[in-house]
Structures are given as C-alpha cells and as structure tokens.
Design a protein around this ligand. Structure first.
Ligand SMILES: *[C@@H]1O[C@H](CO)[C@@H](O)[C@H](O)[C@H]1NC(C)=O
Ligand SMILES: *[C@@H]1O[C@H](CO)[C@@H](O)[C@H](O)[C@H]1NC(C)=O
Ligand SMILES: *[C@@H]1O[C@H](CO)[C@@H](O)[C@H](O)[C@H]1NC(C)=O
Length: 307
C-alpha cells in the first residue's frame, strides 16, 4: 500500500490538515468540526474512534529520523509491539529493492519508532520515541507480489510498558475461522489519496475465506489473508496503515500489507497471516534477545562458583 506518488499526495494534504489544526487553535473549531463530521464515514477508511481505546497501546508509528516541518509529518507505517524490544511490521515498510535478490533493509539510524500515544502529530507526556538497532527483513519477501511481507525492528532500548498507553500484544496462535470479526487500526489515509489523521482510527472487518481472497488478488500465496466488511466495503485499511496490526480476539493476527485501492466495492484488504510466521518471528526476533540472558547466566555462574 506504499507508493511514492501516494506518499507525496499525502504530504500535500497534510499541509491542509495543518491549516485546519491552525484554524482550530484559532477557535474557528465549530465550522471545522462540522466539516470533520462529514468526513467521518470515510475514515481509515470508514473507521471510527472508540470512546475508550484499548487497542492503540499496541500500535506504533514508524517514521523517518527527522520530521520535515512538524512532529509526525513523516509518518510512514504502523507496527505492533510484540515485546518491549521488538516491533512487528510489514517488509514493504522497511525493506527496499525492486526484486528479492537486491533486497536491502533501511538503515536503522534512518528510522524512529513512536509509541505510547494514539496521536500522530502531538507530543504527549506518554509519547516515547525509540531508536532502532536492527531491521530484519524476511529473506523471501518479494516486493513484486508482497509474498512474505513481514519484518521486525529490534530497538536499542526497551519500550516502557505501562499497560495503558504502551503494551505488548500476543501473536495469534489459533487458526481463525472465516468471518471472525477483527479490528484494524492506524494513521493511514482517511480515504484514497486523502490526508492522514492525527488521532488513530479503527475499522472492524471480517476475515474472508481464502477462495474469496484468491479471486481478488493477482497473487495469493500461503501466508496471506484478506479481510473486509461485505456490508460496508468502505471499511478498509489504506496507505499509511501498512505494517500495523489486524487484531482478532485480543492478539495480532494480521499485518496490513496491500490492497487494490482503499474501500473499493467488492474488494478486500490483504494482510500477512501472523500465524503462518510464528516460527520466523520467534527465531528472528523474540529469540534473538535471549543470548544476552545466557551471557548473564554464565557470568552469574562463574561468580557463584568462584565464591
Ligand atoms: C473556543 O470556543 C469554545 C466555545 O465555542 C469555548 O468553550 C472555548 O473556551 C474556546 N477556546 C479558546 C481556546 O478560546
Ligand atoms: C479468544 O481468546 C480466548 C482467551 O484469550 C481463548 O480462550 C479463545 O480460545 C480465543 N478464541 C479464538 C477463536 O481464538
Ligand atoms: C493463517 O496461517 C495459519 C498457519 O499456517 C493457518 O492455520 C490459518 O488457516 C491461516 N489463516 C487464514 C485466514 O488463512
């Protein structure tokens, strides 16, 4: 769901959003709010904002190291906190190259992970900005087909988990039957080629049977799944939501991967099936952190035996 052209269009639209924000602070908010209400039916797209948001704490915003004009104007993708030091995201967010062979991870020093806040543009007291130590791309990610669209970011420091504003989410382990209700959330475009929101948006969608997905994708591989709402096709993830979670039954089941437009009739959004990559995630992310503990154990043992 990423293309330079779309990103550029978003940046232009962000400027409009900034103007809106400016006007709001000037307290012309009445007019602007009415206008915003009109737009709500398109959000994330066709999304909503719950009164109490219990899911935003799992989600991070992936950005460039430096913003251009204001905080958050360089938001690129979403991601999920799966351990205090590991972010799960899409390969197309952080791995570059025209083909699988020349695939290169982005430089960790060019990336910033922002956790702890449902707001993209505002630094709150809960906002945590974290540097990246390592970008791990799936070795068989194919930029042409989005096969194996999964990547991990290992952070330099732990995310501080308070359980309210930032928290790790478990990986989906059981196989989910078609028509399971899930929630996708992110700061992606509120309609095709539209601006990105400041406050994170949710959409409730349903996992679709694989046959349905196959008919609607050029390539539908093992490890992909699709989701939509057949009664409201406008509910969909869009550019800027990439890498973020599809949450089912409290666990991350999907990673926003690609689509054919956003919220188009009789279409669906495509997601990386997290269940299919559980071993890869363990091996490349969660387990990578353990050697430190082994070293600690060895040092401890030496200390104990020497005493
Ligand atoms: C903006 O206007 C509302 C009423 O329309 C008022 O309650 C609020 O205090 C105003 N805010 C500022 C910053 O002036
Ligand atoms: C949903 O989660 C609960 C507990 O977290 C679990 O017992 C149940 O089996 C899960 N349901 C599905 C369909 O995965
Ligand atoms: C996701 O992958 C798991 C494990 O490979 C599989 O059991 C499950 O059916 C897949 N889910 C979908 C919706 O295809």
């Amino acid at each position: 769901m990423c293309s330079i052209e779309k990103i550029l269009v978003s940046i232009v639209l962000i400027n409009i959003l900034q103007l809106e924000t400016y006007l709001c602070t000037k307290n012309n908010s009445k007019i602007i709010m009415e206008d915003a209400q009109e737009k709500y039916k398109f959000l994330i797209t066709a999304g909503y904002r719950p009164k109490i948001d219990n899911l935003a704490k799992y989600v991070v915003s992936l950005r460039g190291k430096k913003y251009k004009r204001f905080f958050g104007d360089n938001h690129g993708c979403g991601g999920s906190i799966i351990s205090p030091k590991v972010i799960l995201t899409a390969a197309h967010c952080v791995c570059r190259g025209d083909s699988r062979i020349e695939l290169k991870p982005l430089r960790p020093s060019d990336l910033l992970v922002v956790a702890g806040t449902p707001r993209r543009l505002v630094v709150t007291e809960k906002t945590q900005a974290l540097k990246v130590d390592k970008v791990i791309c799936h070795a068989y990610y194919d930029p042409k087909t989005f096969h194996n669209d999964i990547a991990l970011l290992l952070l330099i420091k732990n995310i501080y988990e308070d359980g309210v504003s930032a928290q790790r989410i478990s990986l989906q382990t059981s196989s989910l039957p078609p028509h399971t209700k899930c929630t996708v959330l992110g700061w992606g475009q509120i309609f095709t080629k539209g601006p990105l929101p400041d406050l994170i948006l949710h959409a409730d969608i349903y996992i679709m049977p694989n046959e349905f997905c196959k008919e609607r994708a050029n390539d539908f591989f093992f490890g992909m799944m699709c989701a939509n709402d057949e009664n409201d096709f406008e509910k969909d993830s869009c550019v800027g939501d990439s890498g973020g979670p599809l949450i089912c039954n409290g666990s991350v089941a999907g990673i926003v991967s690609f689509g054919y437009g956003c919220g188009a009739p009789d279409e669906a959004g495509f997601y990386t099936n997290v269940s299919s990559y559980r071993d890869w995630i363990r091996k490349n992310g969660l387990d990578k952190l353990r050697p430190v503990n082994y070293i600690l154990l060895i040092v401890l043992q030496i200390c104990i035996t020497e005493n």
